[in-house]
Ligand binder design. Structure first.
Ligand code: GLN
Length: 544
């Protein structure tokens, strides 16, 4: 941290949802980091769930998990992937980086029950807004960040985001001139019939902000067509911003190019100017990002990998996995074409047709027994055909079940999550039994894992001690371990304290790995995950 007191950037959105506020926030963070500032990003979500852990992935996409075991919005994944803040564990994202309306109300109501409001009527203003402001400023207490970026979920004008918008208004006033900046993201629609780009929705959205007492400093305009200087000047005039502070955010082939596009328009300098901070002399160093984007855009090769799961209609449900393949593809100089295959549609009669042309097969995480038999078929196909395989969490559990059924001959082997079985090769641990509440009660967050020397996994990591993030209730049942190892499936990663199996491998197979943890949460631009890199490499080699 180089500033005495942190500065704040708020990112809001208008006109439409899903404009990519998360990517813009992450891009601003990346650019400011490249200019030497220490930056973190926080997401405020207006929904009433305490966290997204209990949400179906079809609602908001994947649930991301932080190092400290918080279940969060998938935008936190973008923040970490762009800013690669894994160098010091202390500055990865944490529970303070994702706040929901549910969390805010929960703490205010708990305080009220304890009598801490001393007989006062508890109200949205000031009590809810005070709690929101406290949560926004919480990250400054760590004294590591120069700049805290707060992304407000939802769209300006929504009833449910109003308390957040009001809190930003109060904070901007109390923190004072040049200590905060407001970036507003909107959409410039294109009317194909008249061939025109329209600014009116943006004007209205800025008016909605003004009605709430907020004047944006910077506008980022999402568009499918280039914006003319005239259009930018018009938006600037109507919305009281400098023309130099109107940024075009045009669709690009890869999201990792967005920081570069923003830098070309001097977004970093404009932000620093609004915050009264000096831009360091010369250009920020963005070479590694440029290099990475170049590799993504110009791969020499292409391979097909199947992602077998049950949420295949919404790729956002597997966001961190698909991004990990982009990172690993760049390292291997190839484009990974991911094929989302619905496990509910796979059975023994069609598995060869669905997966036969794939260079690698990944079986995805998941919950419940829907689609489970198709996942087990997919594992069997990968194991028997010698196709490189990566099973993540439920995917690893399916690999264990498949091996028990077809190699150990335990025909009804299953996970006890799926119902009664004589051979619960995947089972609940004692400490999980009796837990009935669903929210935040799984094994969550980073745990150490000891890898076996000589295993493919240890070779991939280049290390035998690793830390990886978990999100599950069920575990490998160690009562069966000796049988598995004797038959050729090895436990090559274990938790040094609890002895739980964290990684299985079949050494006689070209590349067959299952991890109880989620490697995808830690893959970033600067540090593509070693397991994904090794998996893609194995897929390339195996194909040739
Ligand atoms: N449903 C499994 C469990 O709870 C796996 C969870 C997952 O894949 N994230 O153990």
């Amino acid at each position: 941290m180089k500033l005495a007191k942190p500065k704040y950037i708020f990112v809001t959105g208008g006109v439409a949802s899903s404009l990519g506020k998360g990517i813009i926030s992450a891009s601003i963070a990346r650019l400011l980091q490249a200019r030497g500032y220490s930056v973190t990003i926080q997401k405020l979500d207006p929904y009433i769930n305490v966290d997204p852990g209990t949400l179906n992935p079809y609602e908001h996409g994947e649930c991301y998990v932080t190092e400290d075991g918080t279940e969060t919005d998938l935008d936190l994944g973008h923040y970490e992937r762009f800013t690669s803040i894994h160098t010091t564990e202390a500055i990865t994202t944490s529970k303070a980086n994702n706040v929901t309306t549910g969390k805010i109300y929960k703490s205010v109501i708990e305080k009220e029950r304890k009598g801490e409001f001393l007989g006062k009527t508890v109200q949205v203003i000031p009590h809810i807004t005070d709690e929101i402001k406290r949560r926004i400023q919480l990250l400054s207490q760590q004294k590591v960040y120069d700049i805290i970026i707060t992304e407000i979920g939802g769209t300006v004008g929504d009833i449910e985001s109003l308390p957040f918008i009001e809190s930003v208004r109060q904070l901007r006033y109390s923190l004072g001139y040049r200590n905060t900046a407001l970036v507003h993201l909107t959409l410039i629609p294109y009317m194909a019939a008249s061939g025109e780009l329209k600014t009116k929705p943006t004007q209205h959205s800025v008016k909605a902000l003004l009605e709430n007492g907020l004047q944006p400093d910077i506008l980022v305009l999402r568009t499918e067509h280039p914006l003319t200087p005239n259009l930018k000047r018009k938006v600037a005039l109507f919305c009281n911003v400098d023309a130099s502070a109107v940024m075009e955010s045009i669709d690009v082939p890869t999201i990792y190019e967005v920081p570069l596009k923003m830098h070309e328009q001097h977004l970093d300098e404009v932000v620093l100017d609004k915050l009264g901070l000096p831009a360091e002399e010369g250009e920020p160093n963005l070479d590694s990002l440029r290099d990475f984007v170049h590799k993504i855009k110009h791969p020499s090769d292409r391979i097909d990998i199947a992602l077998v799961g049950k949420y295949t209609e919404l790729p956002d449900a597997y966001k961190s996995i698909s991004e990990s393949f982009i990172h690993a593809g760049a390292v291997n100089d190839c484009k990974v074409k991911l094929h989302y295959v619905n496990s509910e549609k796979i059975d023994a009669s069609n598995v060869a047709e669905k997966l036969g042309t794939m260079a690698g097969i990944l079986v995805a995480p998941g919950f419940g027994n829907r689609g489970i038999e198709g996942k087990i078929e997919a594992v069997r196909f990968a194991r028997e055909q010698g196709i490189p395989f990566l099973g993540i969490c439920l995917g690893m559990q399916c690999a264990v079940i498949e091996f028990a059924r077809h190699v150990l001959g335990l025909q009804d082997a299953n996970s006890s999550e799926m119902g009664q079985t004589a051979h619960p090769v995947i089972d609940l641990m004692e400490e999980q039994k009796g837990i009935t509440a669903k929210g935040g009660t799984m094994r969550l967050g980073a745990y150490p894992c000891q890898l076996k020397a000589g295993s493919k996994v240890a070779a991939a990591y280049g290390s035998e001690q690793i830390m990886e993030r978990h999100r599950h209730r069920y575990e490998f049942n160690n009562d069966y371990l000796a049988d598995f190892e004797a038959a050729g499936m090895q436990a090559v990663g274990t938790n040094p304290e609890t002895n739980l199996v964290e990684v299985v491998e079949i050494p006689s197979h070209p590349w067959f790995v299952g991890t109880q943890y989620h490697p995808e949460y830690k893959s970033t631009v600067e540090r593509p995950h070693p397991l994904f890199v090794a998996f893609v490499k194995a897929a390339l080699e195996n194909r040739k």
